[in-house]
Design a protein around this ligand. Structure first.
Ligand SMILES: Nc1ncnc2c1ncn2[C@@H]1O[C@H](COP(=O)(O)OP(=O)(O)OP(=O)(O)O)[C@@H](O)[C@H]1O
Length: 274
């Protein structure tokens, strides 16, 4: 996000990142000179039109791809180093659960395999207790169901629990709730907030939903396409913890309006934004 967004030292820092796919006439400039700074413990959402490079940006931060130019740093390390040190968690659009394990074991199994050796000894309450974590995410009654016996929302919340249980330093989420119906999505957002408010993991969250971005985030980064770039940043200075009764307040709508204005400009760069 913009370098002006905060005076705190960034935990995730993307500086002047460029990424082009292909070459010649078929080249696609997925990212052009993108800056993103996320302080430790902040929840930052990235929103923008289809094809503006949101997923590409996440992949650079995840260390899954390298930028052509610029730099990505996670707590002073390269993204690849951070990935190797298992500092980064990723929740994709479609949850990749192990079908032969029940909900609880899906959370436990990767915890056993993936927990980094240099982890702090004193694990934090919720993250150290898969049952409590799953219960907070509304899955207390389905701990022993297999993924195929779960709704899409339950599967995605299981994936969230697994990601939080691994205690990543940075948690990246790529439209985790996009396949859910509106009501299920809203309750999943509030359950995510409930857990995040306790664990305060540093999060970069990609979404297409303005309301979702505003409800969850400390900062919303609006991107524009062709080439993919940052069109603007909106700080969400709403009180935390955030609750369901904030969903329909004037303050919430005012922030949504600011994000919408930037998005409209991202679609139509000739339109002025106040
Ligand atoms: N592996 C790839 N090879 C070629 N082009 C790619 C590749 N990955 C992404 N692109 C292109 O780069 C641009 C940015 O893609 P990206 O998936 O990052 O956008 P996005 O904002 O996440 O889109 P959406 O909201 O539709 O998921 C698009 O034009 C896309 O077609």
């Amino acid at each position: 996000m913009s370098t002006e967004q905060t005076s705190e030292a960034p935990f995730v820092a993307v500086h002047d990142a460029c990424k082009t796919y292909g070459s010649g006439q078929g080249a696609v400039r997925a990212l052009a000179h993108v800056d993103l700074q996320v302080p430790r413990g902040r929840f930052v959402s990235v929103i923008g039109p289809s094809g503006c490079g949101k997923s590409t940006l996440l992949r650079l931060v995840a260390g899954l791809e390298e930028p052509d130019g610029g730099a990505v740093r996670i707590c002073g390390r390269t993204a690849a180093q951070a990935r190797a040190a298992k500092m980064i968690g990723f929740v994709p659009q479609v949850p990749a659960l192990l079908p032969w394990l029940d909900v609880l074991d899906n959370v436990r199994v990767l915890e056993k395999v993936n927990r980094p050796g240099n982890r702090r000894e004193s694990r934090r309450g919720l993250a150290s207790d898969p049952v409590a974590l799953l219960t907070r995410l509304g899955l207390g009654d389905v701990l022993h169901r297999r993924p195929r016996q779960l709704s899409g929302g339950m599967q995605q919340r299981t994936a969230l629990a697994r990601a939080f249980a691994l205690e990543p330093q940075v948690l990246l989420m790529d439209e985790p709730f996009s396949a859910l119906d509106e009501f299920t999505r809203e309750s999943a957002q509030l359950q995510l907030l409930d857990v995040w408010q306790e664990l305060r993991t540093t999060v970069v969250f990609v979404t297409h939903s303005i309301a979702e971005a505003v409800l969850l985030s400390d900062t919303v980064v609006v991107m524009a396409a062709a080439p993919g770039r940052v069109a603007g940043v909106v700080d969400i200075d709403l009180d935390r913890p955030r609750h369901h009764d904030q969903l329909d307040t004037a303050a919430m709508h005012e922030h949504e309006h600011r994000v919408r204005q930037l998005l409209e400009t991202a679609w139509n760069p000739l339109r002025d934004v106040v």
